[in-house]
Ligand binder design. Structure first.
Ligand SMILES: NC(=O)C1=CN([C@@H]2O[C@H](COP(=O)(O)OP(=O)(O)OC[C@H]3O[C@@H](n4cnc5c(N)ncnc54)[C@H](O)[C@@H]3O)[C@@H](O)[C@H]2O)C=CC1
Ligand SMILES: CC(C)CC(=O)C(=O)O
Ligand SMILES: [Mg+2]
Length: 357
């Protein structure tokens, strides 16, 4: 029987609550699809600062780089907001992504049919089906560029730098074109090439790589227009590729189309099969400890782990189907609750998915 080594990074805030539910689902999937999972735990984020003084201990990175895949809850919270920038929980998150070489962040924004009422968009705007694959560059751009403080004309100032190298854009472009090829053969590249030099380079490289993918219909949008189009007519998008910061922002926006940020999963991938899987949301300090967080984004991230890192396609499909069934049965955490549905807490939602597997 195959065994997979999974590292759990529970993190902060709602992280531990949602990871517990996702692990229950992974264990049930393993039982049913005849593989085993060995878990190891490691510290990342605020809890790592509390216990070791740094947000990304060396041991955590070593464990993650030796695992088959990593499951992360979320990091951060008000407790650590006064930490210096390079010692904040979020610095640990950026560090693990870079340290594992995970430059491609896949964020599928799709709508489960029973959740159409939970979306702020009207049915005719959503159309028959909505299924967008956001491909966000994850280890370059402004989150990783030069930064600092200095005096400018006698006054204190701060700066962050957006920079992309040609190989960084080429490799994320290939990930996006390859995905478009497997899906609807449409790719929209999002930039701000009317203003930013880094975006002009981005567009040049995308256009060059596009020559290898003549079967994929390529379009370009400026990020401000894309933000508007996502609400006006989200059905026009198949695969979207964009930079680290634009992808961060646009995917939170796209998540609302699907009803809640608590529904959106993600996979962070590099050149090999090892990946890091996490919901796109943060540690939600405002609801942490209340048992009401939606665990479905993390559970759907486990499905992505089975698909992209472990090659357990049937188990992945079974988890997606179990989530769809639970929603069909009318169960909702508070973030996706609408009148006439049944409100449940985090643990019950996790158990319902297990029961439907
Ligand atoms: N991947 C990560 O670990 C991320 C960490 N963060 C960090 O998380 C902390 C909080 O950041 P925020 O800006 O508040 O963003 P957030 O995504 O944590 O929360 C935004 C809003 O969405 C709600 N929400 C998020 N996940 C939910 C879920 N599963 N179920 C129900 N409601 C949910 C929250 O209650 C809140 O009202 C910060 O320290 C931030 O830096 C933010 C984004 C990603
Ligand atoms: C540290 C941030 C870049 C985390 C975040 O908002 C994200 O990855 O979605
Ligand atoms: Mg984000």
């Amino acid at each position: 029987m195959k065994n997979y080594n999974i590292v759990l990074l529970r993190g902060d805030g709602i992280g531990p609550e949602i990871v517990t539910e996702a692990v229950k689902v992974l264990n049930r999937a393993a039982e049913k699809h005849q593989f085993t999972v060995t878990y190891d735990e490691a510290l990342l984020g605020g809890i790592a600062i509390d216990e070791t003084g740094v947000p990304l201990p060396e041991e955590t990175l070593q464990k993650c780089n030796a695992a088959d895949a990593v499951l992360l809850g979320a990091v951060g919270g008000p407790k650590w907001e006064s930490q210096p920038g390079n010692n904040r929980p979020e610095a640990g998150l950026l560090g693990i992504r870079a340290g594992m070489g995970l430059y491609a962040n896949l964020r599928p924004a799709r709508i489960f049919k029973p959740l159409r009422d939970a979306s702020p968009l009207k049915g005719d705007i959503i159309g028959e089906e909505l299924d967008i694959m956001m491909v966000r560059e994850l280890t370059g751009g402004i989150y990783f560029g030069d930064r600092g403080r200095k005096m400018v004309k006698g006054v204190p100032a701060a700066f962050d730098t957006e920079m992309y190298t040609v190989p960084e854009v080429e490799r994320i472009a290939r990930v996006a074109f390859n995905l478009a090829r497997k899906r609807g053969h449409k790719l929209c590249s999002v930039d701000k090439a009317n203003v930013l030099e880094s975006s002009r380079l981005w567009r040049e490289v995308i256009l060059r790589v596009a020559k290898e993918y003549e079967d994929v219909e390529l379009s370009h949008l400026y990020v401000d227009n894309c933000a508007m189009q996502l609400v006006r007519n989200p059905g026009q998008f198949d695969v979207v590729v964009t930079s680290n910061m634009f992808g961060d922002i646009l995917s939170d926006e796209a998540s609302m189309i699907s009803g809640s940020i608590g529904m959106l999963a993600s996979a962070s991938l590099g050149d090999g099969t090892r990946g890091l899987y996490e919901p796109i949301h943060g540690s939600a300090p405002d609801i942490a400890g209340q048992g009401i967080a939606n665990p479905l984004a993390t559970i759907l991230s486990v499905a992505m782990m089975l698909r992209f890192s472990l090659d357990e396609m049937e188990a992945a499909d079974a988890i997606d189907a179990a989530v769809a069934k639970v929603l069909d049965q009318g169960y909702r955490t508070p973030d996706i609750y609408t009148e006439g549905t049944k409100k449940v807490d985090t643990v019950t939602m996790g158990q319902l998915v297990v029961d439907n597997l």
